[in-house]
Write a protein that binds this ligand. Structure first.
Ligand code: NAD
Length: 285
């Protein structure tokens, strides 16, 4: 989609869907309108806040949303990555705060005047069955993956409602089926699925809220997991992760970002309260 035909200026002519039209006969606003009408999944003029927008799925979503016409606000705790990415993306800005800290979220949101899209993407993982899971680790993952989604949603809702906008939450297949030794992680993603459906019920005519449930996607989240838990057998475990998904490979972060783009576009106007696996067939098996 990044290479799809577009309306653009080429020398003295406009290129509209690969056909050259003399610029002097074509008003720029007409071109913009033709462009928007002819190209699906555009989010021109929208402002999109993406938590965890500096890495992995969030980073690719930031890139895709910028390309699709949005102004992106990257929220992350990783300042160097957020700063570098925002400098690369036209119109993008960044804010550094922890989504689990209520005061930080309130202050971080204070100067944002327009918001059409919230992507609740920031999240962390944890390996362990119920007996192996420590109470502090359990609390920590719920703080980020559940409380973080709650706080961001709460403080963004007035703006999103005013804009008749859209929220996309990053769940996981782990919120839909049991995944071995992911007791707490499955619990948090089950909560994300439930919060998505609940929000869709509270504001059905004002906003749309949907959830994406990816299988394993090749991001720093997965390389970090391999490094932490399987540093001496990374290739073997990576091959097992590939085989867990019937398609035989990991997902790519942009494959998730494009689904997020569709869900936030006007073409998805009838899509609300949905939970969408994108997992190479994992949960179909
Ligand atoms: P990632 O680790 O590559 O990126 C997560 C980003 O979130 C990082 O930039 C990190 O700094 C930021 N972050 C973490 N805690 C934060 C906090 N408290 N406040 C603000 N920012 C914070 O992860 P990813 O793989 O891109 O995953 C993104 C989302 O997708 C997560 O919710 C994850 O659970 C979900 N998901 C990932 C996979 C996968 O296999 N990668 C599969 C299913 C679901």
């Amino acid at each position: 989609m990044l290479n799809q035909p577009r309306a653009s200026l080429t020398g003295d002519n406009f290129l509209i869907q690969n056909r050259e039209v003399p610029a002097r006969t074509t008003d720029r606003r007409v071109v913009a309108t033709i462009h928007a009408m002819a190209t699906p999944f555009r989010i021109d003029g929208k402002t999109a806040l993406i938590t965890g927008g500096a890495s992995g799925i969030g980073e690719q979503t930031s890139r895709i949303f910028t390309e699709a016409g949005a102004k992106v606000i990257i929220v992350d705790i990783d300042k160097s990555r957020a700063e570098a990415l925002a400098a690369e993306l036209p119109g993008a800005t960044y804010k550094i705060f922890d989504i689990t800290d209520e005061n930080a979220v309130r202050e971080g949101m204070a100067d944002i005047e327009q918001l059409d899209i919230l992507i609740n993407n920031a999240g962390i993982g944890l390996v362990g069955n119920a007996e192996e899971t420590g109470a502090d680790d359990f609390d920590r993952i719920f703080r980020v993956n559940v409380r973080g989604v709650y706080l961001m949603t709460k403080f963004c809702l007035p703006l999103i409602r005013a804009a008749h906008g859209s929220i996309v939450n990053l769940g996981s297949v782990a919120g839909l089926v049991g995944v071995k030794r992911r007791f707490a992680y499955c619990g948090t993603k089950g909560a994300v699925v439930a919060m998505t459906r609940q929000l869709a019920v509270d504001y059905p005519t004002e906003i749309r809220v949907n959830c994406i449930a990816p299988g394993t996607v090749d991001t720093p989240f997965v390389s970090g997991y391999l490094e932490k838990y399987h540093s001496h057998e990374k290739d073997k475990v990576r091959a097992e992760l590939n085989q867990r998904q019937p398609v035989g490979r990991l997902g790519k972060p942009d494959e998730i970002g494009y689904l997020a783009l569709y869900l936030c576009s006007d073409q998805a106007a009838f899509v609300n309260g949905g939970v969408f696996p994108i997992d190479g067939g994992w949960t179909a098996a």
